[in-house]
Design a protein around this ligand. Structure first.
Ligand SMILES: Nc1ncnc2c1ncn2[C@@H]1O[C@H](COP(=O)(O)OP(=O)(O)OP(=O)(O)O)[C@@H](O)[C@H]1O
Length: 336
């Protein structure tokens, strides 16, 4: 088990995934007449290695993004971490507890939100779903009311308190679902695409709440998303999965550095510029204007001061603008 010793204290990992693997066996569907029926009796299977040998540790209080292209294995990982799916091999510990052998103890520690599926009762008013969940998790009326009061302010729950879940907008449903996942005050929150399909305002509202949960309430959060703004605004650490394997685990800053996309520098010259025959530094010209010049440079390889000094030899500089590569672009490079 991964533990860190701090003086006399022992800090336990909030999430520990050890050599996690999951393969799915699906019957091969033959072509031709009655193919569907024949496949029911077929002995031929194909195996999909959805998650292969994934291992990581998340410390208490971290906010980690888990990203990857469609079909990379994100949901399968989350389902194994939360005890919904059994790994083919490997193991999971959540605050030291195995979610597969100790489901009850684990349930009190974790909250789970699947953006595509609600855990609320479709035909019941939102508040009734909360009553049922509080009862299931053994949350007292006093604690339930206190937490809902807190969440109501942050998530505007009051506007749809008495509305049946099936009548909620997607944004309202997501807010209601996140509050439901936090009702028993778990220390760990797993979110699988909580902002999928939401408009800008709804996304902002959800992100604001997640930030409060992490920064003020100290909750540990693992988030999968395809929205790179979620990652950039919320997560310091990001893990990338591709083809079932972990391909990157580090800070968003390290990810930028690893990809090494060029920083764009736009220089305005007072009286125009003259491109030299030979350039001392590796400066790639992106756009030529009458008085402006945009160049791309890798700031990991060349110091900004050296670049500006070189650009200063090409004319008298009036103004300089710098644009770091867009996070969306960085991720596109990682997925490729
Ligand atoms: N129950 C299942 N039976 C067979 N194959 C499955 C099953 N669940 C997932 N898979 C396959 O495992 C792979 C990983 O799927 P998973 O849903 O984990 O990907 P994902 O990264 O969450 O994708 P997305 O971003 O599209 O949600 C995919 O190829 C998928 O088709």
């Amino acid at each position: 088990m991964n533990t860190t010793h701090v003086g006399q204290r022992t800090e336990q990992a909030a999430i520990e995934a050890i050599n996690l693997c999951k393969s799915f066996r699906t019957p091969v569907v033959a072509g031709g007449k009655f193919a569907g029926v024949r496949s029911l009796f077929s002995r031929e299977y194909k195996v999909k290695e959805a998650v292969q040998d994934i291992g990581f540790t998340v410390k208490s209080g971290e906010f980690v993004g888990y990203i990857g292209p469609n079909g990379a294995g994100k949901s399968t990982t989350i389902k194994m971490l939360t005890g919904i799916l059994h790994p083919s091999s490997g193991s999971v510990r959540l605050a030291g507890v195995d979610p597969h052998t100790d489901r009850r103890r684990c349930a009190s520690k974790i909250g789970v939100v699947f953006g595509q599926r609600s855990q609320l009762w479709w035909d019941l008013p939102v508040k009734d779903s909360y009553d049922i969940l509080a009862h299931m998790y053994g949350v007292s009326d006093k604690d339930k009311n206190r937490r809902l009061d807190e969440f109501a302010g942050l998530l505007d729950l009051n506007e749809f308190w008495d509305t049946p879940v099936r009548k909620l907008s997607l944004g309202q449903r997501m807010r209601a679902d996140i509050a439901a996942a936090m009702l028993h005050d778990p220390e760990l929150l797993f979110l699988d695409e909580p902002t999928i399909g939401l408009d800008v305002n709804a996304k902002r509202n959800i992100r604001g709440f997640l930030k409060v949960l992490n920064e003020q309430f100290g909750k540990t959060i693992l988030l999968t998303t395809h929205d790179m703004d979620d990652i950039e605004q919320l997560c310091r650490r990001v893990m990338v999965i591709g083809g079932g394997r972990l391909t990157f685990d580090g800070t968003t800053e390290e990810l930028r550095r690893k990809i090494g996309l060029p920083t764009q520098i736009k220089v305005t010259y007072r009286d125009g510029y003259r491109l030299p025959e030979e350039r001392l530094l590796s400066i790639h010209v992106v756009e030529l204007g009458e008085h402006t010049l945009t160049v791309g440079v890798n700031r990991q390889k060349t110091r900004t001061m050296d670049i500006l000094r070189e650009l200063g030899h090409w004319g008298e500089i009036d103004d300089v603008e710098m644009h770091e590569p867009d996070f969306e672009e960085i991720i596109r490079q990682v997925y490729m």
